[in-house]
Design a protein around this ligand. Structure first.
Ligand code: AHR
Length: 601
């Protein structure tokens, strides 16, 4: 290997390797956000989800009360954004129990803050104290306290608990004995020690920090888009007091508390020494899109988000940032418009959003999606975001992809990439393929300005994506081989590209083959049968035999492939995400392919 230090090439992008945090796989609640009580605000369902209730007297009931603030007899919520609470009608002894996210993890001598909002009902008030007990899985008392003096007004009560012993499978119990009615809400147990004192679980934040990220893309991904607009990420609902953050059903299968909200993401980026990169909805959800005339609220939200992050303290949103504890601006420079969006409507929406932002904030670096083969061109995006999920061979073969990229086009942000196929699923082979690909990005970082592996985190008890870099439960984590690849590249990032000549490397032999056909689908279930490839002259080139030999097929994408009754099927990547096709009967579709021969294959 000859490295010529005299012929200096381009500078390596100082922002090359960063991280992408998406609230996926319960990576925020039950993960980086260390709230230990699951369904703390009783918002998750109309039943006592994740709570166990028991009582001695059979006249005692526990139910979810939904405050109807506009009703004739309004029931009073903690605040208008937090409409559900737990109502207990008690007559005798009772107990409520919560096991958190697959157990509550407490450590000996460490301190935790317990909080609870309580009110009683006029005319039938419950007056006795409530006992709060932190117990081990074997029933041993680890910490306890008492709260009392309830009125008909909501009031927060808090306790400082220090664990007498360690247990990763502890639970919290609220017990009482009396008669009357009481309402409970916002039951919270948080560790006093968090990463840099800003509310993140220490070991998981440190694992991200060890990747030395140069930027932090947040909060998604598909989570930005949502299945529909009702469930798209709305940053304004995620700031301020925890009890006023509207929980939202997350596309990855759970209710998100937004405990890590827009402010915390910005704070996290600052604490990591990384550039914040906020990805906004472009008026496009998985199922819906708005046209230009309806785009006003989206544009306003984008402008307000920038003002929140960067505006002076006497601006509307800058003052709210200051009130939330950060008077200094966060200096956010990057904003991505949409996630994996494409097509006419996206291009039109991008143009309007981008022009409005650049008119007010000309210094913002805007990122457009490059998805399904194209990206918007008006106004010319400074950076485009490309995503790649594939098998190890693809990443190795494409390590040269950017060698021939247009040097005059926008810079590239490889916003999501990972080996996700079975052959490289989280193993060393996958990690090495990612490393090969990363050498290509580094060598071409005059074009590739930024790149991030995806997804970053996964709670092993709620795995919704097949391959994730940092895997954890409530008290441990491990990194895939790919994690150590990321760490190695981040720790050894160069400043300038030098020409390298390699002699005597292994010869690459292409297999003797007549050709390959691959089928891929994305985020869906898909079935194929009777597939034929017909040349323009009408000659049948290939007819698929789905009788069982799967090895003949290129298996890619993130789902599993199987053959059943002559049908090749890719399983759901994510149960609950379905194909939006009106007609599910078998039909002859015409697939038109432009093809050329590849020498040697
Ligand atoms: O990283 C997981 C998902 O993959 C992201 O939400 C989405 O952008 C991509 O399809």
């Amino acid at each position: 290997i000859t490295v010529d230090v005299r012929k200096r090439g381009h500078a390596i992008s100082p922002t090359l390797f960063g991280v992408f945090f998406e609230d996926i796989n319960l990576s925020a609640d039950g993960g980086l956000y260390p709230e230990m009580i699951r369904n703390r605000s009783f918002e998750d369902a109309d039943t006592l989800q994740n709570w166990k209730f028991s009582s001695a007297g059979n006249s005692t009931t526990a139910a979810i009360s939904v405050a109807n603030v506009h009703g004739k007899v309004p029931s009073i919520p903690v605040n208008p954004f937090n409409r559900k609470s737990l109502v207990l009608n008690v007559n005798g002894a009772f107990a409520l129990e919560n096991e958190g996210y697959w157990g509550i993890n407490v450590k000996q001598n460490e301190a935790y803050t317990f909080k609870l909002a309580v009110r009683t009902a006029a005319g039938e008030p419950y007056k006795e104290p409530l006992q709060i007990k932190l117990t081990s899985s074997s029933g041993k008392l680890l910490a306890s306290g008492v709260i009392q003096d309830f009125t008909t007004e909501w009031k927060y009560h808090s306790l400082h608990l220090t664990a007498l012993a360690s247990d990763a499978n502890a639970r919290i119990e609220i017990t009482g004995d009396g008669k009357g009615k009481l309402f409970l809400d916002m039951v919270s147990l948080l560790p006093d020690t968090t990463w840099k004192g800003h509310g993140m679980r220490t070991d998981l934040a440190a694992a991200m920090n060890a990747l030395n990220p140069k930027f932090l893309r947040f909060p998604g991904g598909c989570w930005v888009e949502g299945e529909d607009f009702e469930h798209m990420y709305k940053w304004k609902n995620t700031i301020g007091k925890a009890d006023a953050r509207v929980p939202l059903w997350n596309i990855w299968g759970y209710n998100a508390t937004n405990g890590i909200g827009y402010h915390e993401y910005l704070q996290m980026a600052e604490d990591l020494g990384a550039e914040p990169l906020f990805c906004i909805n472009a008026g496009v959800s998985h199922r819906e899109s708005v046209t230009a005339d309806q785009l006003g609220p989206w544009i306003q939200d984008a402008l307000d988000a920038i003002e929140y992050a960067n505006g002076p303290v006497n601006s509307v949103w800058g003052s709210i940032r200051a009130k939330n504890g950060h008077p200094a601006p966060f200096h956010m420079k990057y904003l991505e418009i949409g996630n994996e969006n494409f097509g006419k409507q996206y291009f039109e929406n991008y143009e309007l959003i981008a022009k409005a932002i650049l008119a007010k904030y000309p210094g913002m670096k805007l990122i457009a999606n490059d998805w399904s083969g194209g990206h918007p061109s008006e106004p010319r995006p400074e950076i485009i975001d490309e995503h790649y999920y594939d098998n190890p061979d693809w990443f190795v073969l494409n390590a040269t992809k950017y060698d021939t990229y247009d040097r005059k086009g926008p810079k590239v942000f490889v916003g999501e990439y990972a080996v996700t196929s079975n052959t490289g699923k989280g193993n060393l082979r996958g990690g090495i393929a990612e490393a090969a690909w990363m050498t290509g990005m580094e060598r071409n970082s005059d074009v590739v300005a930024m790149a991030a592996y995806a997804p970053l985190y996964c709670n092993v008890n709620h795995k919704k994506w097949p391959v994730n870099l940092i895997n954890f439960d409530n008290h441990r984590w491990y990194g895939l081989p790919g994690y150590y690849v990321q760490q190695m590249f981040a720790a050894n990032q160069g400043t300038v590209n030098l020409p390298v000549v390699i002699e005597g490397g292994p010869a690459v032999e292409l297999p003797e083959a007549s050709g390959r056909i691959g089928l891929g689908t994305w985020n869906n279930t898909a079935e194929f049968k009777d597939l034929k490839v017909i040349a323009p002259d009408g000659k049948l080139l290939y007819q698929a035999d789905f009788s069982g030999n799967l090895d003949d097929w290129t298996k890619s994408g993130t789902g599993e492939w199987s053959v059943q009754n002559g049908v090749l099927r890719q399983s759901a990547l994510n149960p609950g995400v379905t194909a939006y096709v009106g007609d599910t009967s078998w039909k002859d579709y015409t697939i038109s392919l432009k093809a050329r021969k590849i020498a040697g294959e």
